[in-house]
Design a protein around this ligand. Structure first.
Ligand code: SF4
Length: 364
């Protein structure tokens, strides 16, 4: 009986795999036909670190017709966090403030070193995988600061923790503002966006309707990404510019109303600096005055005001700023695979598993 079940399962899996292969084959053929019809070069940008992983890992770039270029945008939250925030967090740790954050960001190098280096000098710095873990550490260290980074996907958890009394240094960003800013940079000449699935689960598909550019919200499987590319090329070939949702299994038009409410209960949208993109209006999240007791920027103003942020730069040869904008690829950086490797990152794009350099180093 067990043997029969197992062989039925194998048969079913093989049938599914065969269907999937055929689906991908058909899609590639359709992509090819559309590219021939469009004739000119088309530049599509994915603005999500997980999409970058899918594209490189499955060799999707190499499967594209010659005139379809896939480029990486500012979708990795660690990568777009500006140097000033990294230097601020390191200085807090060096001044004796106990600090926790999500893993990747600890290794981002700054002028004053990384948080990881501060830890090796004896500072109390720990990596957490969830906000619950940060709240647990707070019982041990009441002065604990959570260095909060990320888009609308992580901001609700930080908001919840602030309401529960956790002190947060907010470097959170609003993704959609960056998308608008990208469109205003004419030299980028982006013909369409593969929009992020995770962020869109929170913000919903409605905001994208405001933008006059082809956009497809995509899931993360290779066939999701290929289908999104097909839909974008179809729009371009028909001279259309609208927002489509390929990831309907997770993204609803209104998004996650509870999470959005939580974000704006605790945070104000303010102008904010992004690595690569500079200052973008209403693109950052600062803690509201009413929660000022839990705002590390206010609580530790005396430490932060002494930092010389004019020094907040990383190696001048690091091209992360251009990579984030899709103007360069990791292989264009003179440090890539030489002194810059995952063990010795010279910039954030080699630190984060969603960073273009890390992905290229590990998967290409
Ligand atoms: S390879 Fe390293 S130094 Fe070069 S852009 Fe990437 S992270 Fe920066």
């Amino acid at each position: 009986m067990l043997k029969n079940n197992k062989s039925a399962k194998i048969k079913e899996d093989n049938r599914f795999l065969k269907m999937k292969k055929q689906f991908i084959k058909n899609l590639l053929k359709k992509i090819d036909n559309l590219a021939k019809r469009i004739k000119r070069e088309v530049k599509l940008m994915e603005v999500c670190g997980t999409h970058t992983q899918t594209v490189v890992r499955y060799g999707i770039r190499k499967l594209m017709p010659e005139n379809v270029k896939l480029t990486t945008g500012p979708g990795c939250p660690v990568c777009v966090t500006p140097q000033q925030d990294i230097d601020a967090a390191v200085n807090l740790a060096l001044a004796g403030v106990p600090l926790v954050s999500y893993g990747d960001v600890l290794r981002v190098p700054g002028y004053y070193g990384s948080l990881d280096q501060a830890r090796s000098q004896g500072c109390w710095v720990k990596e957490v995988y969830s906000i619950e873990e940060a709240l647990k550490y707070q019982k041990e260290k009441p002065d604990l600061v959570f260095f909060g980074i990320g888009f609308e996907t992580t901001a609700p958890m930080s908001a919840l923790a602030i309401k529960q009394g956790l002190v947060v240094y907010s470097a959170h960003k609003l993704f959609f503002s960056a998308l608008v800013a990208l469109l205003e940079i004419k030299k980028l000449r982006i013909d369409g966006f593969i929009c992020p699935g995770h962020v869109s689960t929170i913000i919903g598909s409605n905001p994208y309707k405001k933008l006059k550019v082809p956009q497809v919200i995509s899931g993360f499987e290779p066939e999701d990404v290929l289908l999104s590319i097909y839909l974008l090329l179809k729009q371009i070939s028909e001279n259309k510019a609208k927002a489509e949702n390929e990831y309907t299994r997770s993204v609803k038009s209104e998004g996650n109303l509870k999470a959005k409410k939580l974000i704006f209960e605790v945070f104000d949208a303010v102008d904010s600096n992004w690595r690569g993109l500079g200052r973008i209006p209403k693109s950052g999240l600062e803690i509201k005055k009413r929660y000022s007791n839990f705002d590390a920027k206010r609580k530790y103003r005396s430490i932060l005001s002494k930092i010389d942020f004019t020094k907040s730069k990383i190696s001048s040869s690091c091209c992360c700023s251009e990579i984030i904008l899709g103007l360069k690829e990791p292989k264009d950086c003179p440090l890539f695979r030489k002194i810059c490797q995952p063990q010795t990152p010279q910039g954030p794009c080699m630190v984060s598993v969603e960073g273009a350099c890390w992905v290229e180093f590990n998967y290409s």
